[in-house]
Design a protein around this ligand. Sequence first.
Ligand SMILES: [Zn+2]
Ligand SMILES: [Zn+2]
Length: 338
Amino acid sequence: MKYQRVELHNHSTESDGEMTAAELMRWAEKEAYGVIALTDHNTCSGHEKAEKTIKEEQLHIDLLKGVEVTTFYGHILALGMEHMVDFTDLDPKAPEKFLRKLRAAGAGVIGLAHPFCIGRPVTAGCRMDLEIHDWNQIDYIEVFNTSGGTEAMAGKIMGNRRALEFWEEKVLEGYHLAAVSGKDIHQKPQKLPVMITYALLEDDAEEDMEDAAKAVLGALMRQKTVVTKGPMLHAWAEQDNLWIEVEHSSEYEKWNEKWKNCNPVLWIRGRHVEKVLPLCFTKCVEKIKLPGILHEEQETDQYGYHTMVLRLYDGTCQYENLLAAGISVRWKSGGKEE
Ligand SMILES: [Zn+2]
Ligand SMILES: [Zn+2]
């Protein structure tokens, strides 16, 4: 499995950011991102500028064009959208028609930004107040938004904990939703040990940078993302068994070294089971078979699938100790993954 480091929620001087689109692209390359989205509030005006910088300066990064559609009832991340649409016709009690309009405008992948952040009157419109009836219209949820400046603030003010729980509830109900973390860059970010999104790509995925953004959109649609402080976690069902792969070779924030002092604990939740398993590793990339666990999850979702969500903690299962999350496994009885 290959992991593509991505940042899907950013602003430039084209809206209320402090970095120009060009500066943002240079920053992303320096920070070793493979794909960076430009999602200014309600405008696509930065896309061309970002593309020009990448081309002229031969930056080894791919641009994902998008918009953060900033409505009074929540912020919608529309990835792939290359021209802005009028949103005055958005009906907060039935937003599906508007979501379809976004798709028609090129938004192949639609996500909810910071859905549980503090709302009115402090930050009117930031909280998700749309009454979504058809969750199949949404492709991903930002379960961490780290624009709060500090890690502690990001946890409290942005409602991240609730967003992660909400994503897990929806996935266990049977909806195909990916989980992502958004830096929501407005200023040049400080170096903080915050959650980062990685897209999981097949081993034979194209190396071509021009298709990198497309591959990331595909990973989002297949729920193949992980949000992590460093260690990678990937899980799947195979021949009646739950398998996980943990990789801790990432040099980001020196995680390859930090890992030595970690006591990794796997937390698994299904519709009616919850399990905590301490893990032991000797290698950088380790595949582990967890027999029997799939059989414990008898309940199925509304589509007839069994689903589990996973988190990786350091030591005890407290939110503050979270290392990685946003991973799910779905399978039909008999152990076959979807
Ligand atoms: Zn926002
Ligand atoms: Zn934003």
